[in-house]
Write a protein that binds this ligand. Structure first.
Ligand SMILES: NC(=O)c1ccc[n+]([C@@H]2O[C@H](COP(=O)([O-])OP(=O)(O)OC[C@H]3O[C@@H](n4cnc5c(N)ncnc54)[C@H](OP(=O)(O)O)[C@@H]3O)[C@@H](O)[C@H]2O)c1
Length: 302
């Protein structure tokens, strides 16, 4: 660990910020910690390895603490003196238990407010495993008696970065989604909502469904990317079994690969096509369009 990260870890108990960010090194967490820092808000970031502490520790206002969702003792340590926390894990077969561990420790620590990153259409009876585990955690938070705010984003625009190599090498990307429309959302807007609800009053008990300003088909996404990149990008619809094989081929564990197939079946049924006002309701600003995303991220696809 570098000196900055080290000293940040050492100061964690001396100057306690009010806000804890988990998942701080991930897609949303990276944007959220940057946004808080730019707004001059002090926060503590929970990271699980010292090498991950380095980037976030360099942000103004950041305190860094080591913590692992699988180790309740470290969660309790990370929560010490904290009033509000942002809860995010990646979606794995451990996610439900990890998040429930966090909720139990937060309740024990007397946390005032928990902001949970959930998902569009989270429901206990969903055929999509991700949507079921998010609903279980939401319910546990409600039952804990802590103040809560739930953020339920739709498919991330930045998910396209997962298709980066086929877009660069073949000018194509593949998914089992047909011609369904999806109101996908920019991660930067999810982070802006996260910062707002952690910092400003008036968001307790709210559930924000976060979408972009339009619902697009994957062919329309390819057309927008083509314009931004100045070359033809084609979307290729594939059967779910082919997508499942491709996910396994690039190393996705079975639970996650099967979950993504369920997720894409849900998109295919046009169940994620409604445009919702959550971003504007929470931040007062319109969400970014896919055109904005394609322009800003074009260098990543070249
Ligand atoms: N992708 C989508 O389109 C989409 C749409 C709606 C909702 N969501 C939800 O968004 C969430 C994922 O957000 P994201 O993309 O920002 O996540 P991400 O980029 O995968 O980052 C996950 C974060 O969790 C941390 N983490 C993982 N395991 C940990 C552990 N055992 N202890 C402590 N930290 C741990 C990771 O730390 P390391 O750096 O150490 O790994 C990382 O900071 C999921 O809940 C998913 O259901 C996703």
């Amino acid at each position: 660990m570098n000196t900055t990260a080290n000293s940040a870890l050492q100061t964690a108990d001396r100057q306690t910020p009010a806000i804890l960010i988990t998942g701080a090194t991930g897609s949303i967490g990276t944007e959220l910690t940057k946004t808080l820092s730019e707004r001059g808000i002090r926060f503590r970031a929970m990271v699980r390895s010292p090498k991950d502490a380095q980037t976030v520790a360099q942000l103004a206002g950041a305190d860094v603490v080591l913590g692992d969702f699988n180790d309740p003792v470290t969660i309790a340590h990370a929560l010490r003196g904290i009033e509000r926390a942002f809860l995010l894990t990646n979606s794995s077969d451990q996610a439900e238990n990890q998040q429930l561990n966090f909720v139990a420790e937060a309740q024990r620590a007397g946390l005032k407010q928990i902001v949970k990153l959930s998902q569009f259409a989270a429901a206990p009876d969903s055929p999509v495993r991700f949507l079921r585990y998010h609903a279980v955690v939401e319910q546990a938070i409600r039952e804990s008696g802590m103040d809560f705010t739930f953020l339920r984003p739709n498919l991330f625009m930045q998910g396209l970065l997962g298709f980066r190599s086929s877009i660069i090498e073949q000018g194509k990307f593949f998914a089992a989604v047909g011609d369904a429309r999806i109101s996908l959302v920019d991660v930067r807007d999810i982070a802006a909502v996260g910062a707002e609800v952690l910092v400003e009053p008036g968001h307790v008990g709210k559930i924000y469904t976060l979408t972009g300003p339009q619902a697009l088909t994957h062919v329309e996404i390819a057309d927008e990317l083509s314009i931004a990149l100045g070359r033809r990008i084609t979307f290729v619809d594939v059967p779910p079994a082919a997508m499942r094989n491709a996910l396994a081929g690039v190393g996705f564990p079975d639970w996650q690969a099967d979950g993504l197939i369920e997720d894409y079946a849900h998109y295919s049924r046009n169940e994620a096509s409604s445009v919702e006002p959550g971003v504007e309701a929470a931040t007062g600003k319109m969400p970014r369009s896919f055109t904005d995303f394609a322009r800003d991220y074009a260098p990543a696809f070249n």
